[in-house]
Design a protein around this ligand. Structure first.
Ligand SMILES: Nc1ncnc2c1ncn2[C@@H]1O[C@H](COP(=O)(O)OP(=O)(O)OP(=O)(O)O)[C@@H](O)[C@H]1O
Length: 590
């Protein structure tokens, strides 16, 4: 077979009735060391035990579920055979449950077709290459979405906050992600953050041509730093197009839960969510992501990818910091405590509905906003248009090729030689001293409190007037009243188990604005939060719950109580306004 003239059609393509790419007979090393016929088609790897009667002992692996494959020599020098291992993460029923989650499955075959070890290795490499190529030709895509792919081989900077969540991000990396990246032949440099704003400073100064993606293993707070660090760069428009990835390591993990949801996967929690996001990361599909430009009373400007919250939700987020060791349960505990002492917050809310055409004097608005907002640097006058380029930077899109693990590399247990760890890391459990520093509530983002606050660039906010002027006449004003909460979402999940904005998508160009007016009973509010797990809160028909799709909004809190958060980070309480910018960033999604 290996001496065949390559110009002749390969008869193996038609074996067993399967018209495919490759056919061979190998020993299945991990499943009883039996001889198997193995066929590769464009979509599947089919393994059939040779001793079984046809149809029996046959397993079909969907290449959509495959993240990588590589070939290697046996460890024993006397062994002339070579091997290839393929790594699948299909959905399987969870133990004692009807729910499904992605679970790892490795298929390893022994190739012993010749006496010559290098001929066997060559054949194993041919299989590994073909499996990899076929796996990436048929990436799972959502209908209607615009996609491209992270460049391959892809160099990842993986930023990890060792204190996020219950302080387990490092062990989540070593138990799941390190292996997955090795299986997918993705070289990565691990950067363990040492303090708040470390990631922000790092990406602000980084040579981004060195990286094909910036991936965060943490809560949403670390991605917030990265997004704002990128928007502080002179080359923000190109920098923010760097593919961003999220792996859940915090307690809320809202973006990770949203990414999982967009892939069509039912809600997953904890390590199952991590594996699902790790799988999507290895597949490397990119989709555009909207960002929201937020202005605070002090003149500070921020970019947000997730949510803006005020009142009940923000208070729960901040107050539940004290239950951090409870992980995701901290929000349930916080909700129950805040429900017991339910309060209403006075404020004024105004918004520009999605279907309302903005009024004509936009240009004037931008000019006045720039003039009155110290945080927008003067070079914004010449900043590029609000719309990012439609076609993504071509350097991030290229044909799939094999990754940097060579086909004769050792199996997945070893790390890629390129992979490295930057910064000294405390042990995963050694988190006592640093927890306070990671406390969102303690480190309030204050204007002028550090240099970062005055550096933000970004597209001009053509829909907003200066905060000290009335909102434009075409906006809708909610009569001044008491609110229980205001929640502006631009991703579907607010936490791993809270589908607060089921209709939201990464690039839908709108802010999903919810507010609950005073007068709601505690029982009705609790019902709303329970329904949010499935995203059915609007079906509760609670008269105090209002929902609008908007492009911009302004909130003027009038009560002294009540926190304001942007992507879960507490900001100064005071008037705040925001506008969405469509598809500014790019997210590794599905
Ligand atoms: N090494 C570090 N030490 C202390 N704080 C850090 C460190 N790295 C990042 N931070 C800050 O910690 C805060 C919380 O981080 P992050 O959001 O990642 O975790 P989390 O709060 O546990 O997760 P979630 O937002 O999902 O609840 C952020 O403000 C981030 O800037």
């Amino acid at each position: 077979m290996m001496d065949r003239d390559k110009t002749e059609p390969d008869p193996s393509h038609h074996r067993n009735g399967i018209v495919g790419l490759l056919y061979g007979e190998f020993t299945d090393i991990l499943n009883g060391k039996v001889r198997c016929s193995v066929s590769l088609t464009d979509h599947a790897l089919t393994v059939q035990k040779i001793t079984s009667s046809p149809g029996q002992g046959k397993v079909v692996f969907d290449l959509n579920d495959c993240i990588g494959c590589h070939a290697f020599k046996g460890e024993d020098n006397a062994d002339t055979a070579a091997y290839f291992s393929a790594y699948f993460y299909p959905f399987k029923r969870k133990w004692l449950s009807s729910a499904m989650a992605r679970q790892r499955l490795e298929q390893c075959f022994r190739v012993a077709l010749a006496q010559d070890p290098s001929a066997n290795l060559e054949e194993a490499e041919r299989w590994a290459r073909a499996i990899r190529d076929a796996s990436f030709r048929h990436l799972p895509r959502r209908d209607g979405a615009v996609y491209c792919e992270v460049r391959r081989p892809c160099r990842l900077m993986l930023l990890l906050n060792p204190n996020s969540g219950r302080g387990q991000a490092m062990s989540l990396f070593t138990t799941h992600i390190q292996r997955m990246l090795t299986e997918a032949a993705v070289p990565h440099t691990l950067v363990i953050t040492e303090h708040q704003n470390h990631a922000r400073e790092l990406v602000r100064e980084a040579d981004l041509s060195q990286w094909d993606a910036l991936v965060i293993l943490s809560g949403d707070g670390l991605l917030f730093e990265v997004v704002n660090g990128l928007m502080e760069r002179e080359d923000w428009e190109v920098a923010i197009q760097t593919p961003l990835g999220i792996l859940p390591g915090g307690s809320g993990n809202a973006l990770a839960a949203s990414v999982n949801h967009y892939s069509g996967t039912p809600m997953l929690l904890g390590e199952e969510l991590l594996v699902s996001c790790g799988f999507l990361l290895c597949k490397g599909l990119l989709s555009p992501m909207d960002l929201v430009s937020v202005h605070l009373a002090s003149g500070q400007r921020l970019f947000s990818f997730l949510a803006l919250a005020w009142g009940f939700v923000a208070d729960v987020d901040i107050e539940s910091e004290r239950y951090r060791q409870a992980g995701a349960l901290r929000f349930l505990l916080g909700t129950l405590v805040r429900l017991a002492s339910l309060r209403s917050y006075r404020g004024r809310l105004a918004f520009l509905p999605v279907h309302q055409e903005p009024a004509a004097e936009q240009e004037g608005r931008v000019a006045r906003l720039v003039a009155s907002t110290s945080s927008i640097s003067s070079d914004n006058d010449s900043s590029p248009s609000t719309s990012p380029p439609d076609s993504p930077n071509s350097s991030f899109c290229s044909a799939m090729s094999c990754g940097p693990l060579t086909d004769s590399s050792p199996p997945c247990s070893a790390l890629c030689p390129e992979n490295s760890v930057h910064s000294s890391s405390p042990s995963p459990n050694d988190n006592n001293t640093l927890h306070n520093a990671s406390n969102n509530a303690i480190k309030l983002l204050q204007a002028g409190s550090d240099q970062t606050t005055s550096l933000i660039k970004g597209p001009p906010d053509s829909l907003l007037s200066p905060l000290d002027e009335p909102v434009p006449a075409d906006w809708t004003q909610v009569p001044e009243t008491g609110f229980i909460l205001m929640l502006a979402m631009y991703q579907s999940y607010l936490a791993e188990d809270l589908q607060a904005a089921p209709e939201a998508r990464t690039q839908d160009g709108c802010i999903h604005l919810y507010y609950v007016l005073e007068g709601v009973s505690r029982a009705a509010l609790l019902r709303l939060f329970l329904a949010m797990e499935k995203g059915t809160h609007m079906a509760c028909e609670c008269p105090q719950l209002v929902y609008h799709q908007v492009r911009a909004l302004r909130l003027e809190p009038l009560s002294t109580q009540g926190a304001l958060t942007v992507d879960g980070e507490q900001v100064e309480c005071g008037p705040i306004q925001a506008q969405i910018h469509g598809s500014v960033a790019r997210l590794i999604s599905s």
